[in-house]
Design a protein around this ligand. Structure first.
Ligand SMILES: [Zn+2]
Length: 273
C-alpha cells in the first residue's frame, strides 16, 4: 500500500536556510585545523609469506590482514593523505572517565563543524594547530642516539605574563641516575641544561635533541612535560549529510549542502604516525 501525502503549496510562507550565513560563521569563529584524510591500505600479505600455513586449508592466496611489515601503513591499515588547512568550529567537548592501565583518564570527544566540501570519513585526523594542551612522557637516553622524536611534536605557547610576553614549550624535565634508574633528588634541569652543548635543545620540528652526553648520559630516563597540538580522530559522523532545499530568488527548488558535523576523539594514547 502506498501512502500519498496531500499536495502542499511551496510558495507561501517559506523559510530557507541561508548557506552564506553558515559559511560566514565558520569563517569568523572556526579554529584553524590541519585536516588529514585517510584511506584503506590495500596491503594483504599472503599467509605463506608469514612463514606458516594452515593444515589442509587452501589459504595460500588469501590475505592475513594488515601487517607491521607494510612499508606504507606499518600495520595500521590506514593511509593518511591530502593534509590541508581548513576552518572548523569545535564544540561540545565531552569526556567519559575510563580506567586505563596507568590509572584513570578522561577521554576527549569533540564535535567539529565544517564547510560541506570538507567531508571527513572515519579515521581522518584533525590537528588543532592554534590550540595546545600538556602531555607527559618519559624517554630513555640510548647509546649513539641524540635525536628523539617524541610521541607528539613539541608545540610552543605564547603567554602574556607579569613580565611581558613569554613563549614556552617544554615546562619540566627531570632525570634519573643512569645506573639505578631512580630519580635524582636534584634532577630537575628544565632550564639550566637547555642550550647549545648545555644538555638538550628543542628542534624546529618539535623533537628532543640531546647535545651533551656527559650530562644526559646513556641509560638515563628523562621525564618530559611539554605542550602539544591536540589531534583528534573522526569516530562518527552524525551530520555528514545536511542537504536542504532552497528556493531563494529562484522559481524552483535547488539542493544545497549545508555544514557537516563529525565527532572526533582525542588521540591521547595513540602513537604519532
Ligand atoms: Zn598497509
Amino acid at each position: 500500500m502506498e501512502f500519498q501525502s496531500p499536495d502542499q503549496s511551496l510558495t507561501l510562507t517559506r523559510a530557507d536556510f541561508d548557506e552564506a550565513t553558515f559559511r560566514r560563521v565558520v569563517a569568523q569563529k572556526g579554529l584553524n585545523l590541519r585536516w588529514t584524510q585517510s584511506a584503506e591500505c590495500p596491503c594483504q600479505p599472503k599467509s605463506e609469506d608469514n612463514g606458516f600455513d594452515l593444515n589442509n586449508i587452501d589459504d595460500i592466496d588469501s590475505g592475513t590482514g594488515n601487517t607491521v611489515a607494510c612499508p606504507v601503513c606499518k600495520g595500521k591499515g590506514l593511509i593518511y593523505h591530502s593534509a590541508q588547512e581548513v576552518k572548523g568550529i569545535v564544540t561540545n567537548a565531552e569526556g567519559e572517565y575510563l580506567n586505563a592501565r596507568y590509572g584513570g583518564y578522561r577521554e576527549g570527544l569533540v564535535n567539529i563543524t565544517l564547510n560541506p566540501e570538507h567531508l571527513p570519513v572515519f579515521g581522518d585526523r584533525f590537528e588543532l594547530t592554534q590550540s595546545v594542551m600538556l602531555y607527559r612522557e618519559t624517554i630513555t637516553m640510548v647509546d649513539g642516539q641524540n635525536l628523539y622524536p617524541l610521541r607528539f611534536p613539541i608545540a610552543s605557547r605564547n603567554l602574556n605574563l607579569k613580565n611581558g610576553p613569554e613563549t614556552h614549550d617544554l615546562i619540566y624535565m627531570h632525570v634519573t641516575d643512569p645506573v639505578t634508574g631512580l630519580a635524582l633528588p636534584n634532577g630537575e634541569h628544565t632550564t639550566d641544561w637547555r642550550g647549545p652543548l648545555a644538555g638538550y635543545e628543542i628542534t624546529a620540528d618539535g623533537k628532543f635533541q640531546r647535545n651533551n652526553i656527559n650530562r644526559l648520559e646513556d641509560g638515563m630516563r628523562v621525564s618530559l612535560t611539554y605542550f602539544i597540538h591536540p589531534t583528534y580522530t573522526v569516530v562518527s559522523y552524525p551530520n555528514s549529510i545536511r542537504d536542504t532545499l532552497v528556493r531563494k530568488k529562484a522559481a524552483s527548488d535547488s539542493l544545497v549542502p549545508l555544514l557537516v558535523r563529525v565527532q572526533a576523539k582525542l588521540e591521547f594514547l595513540e602513537q604519532e604516525a
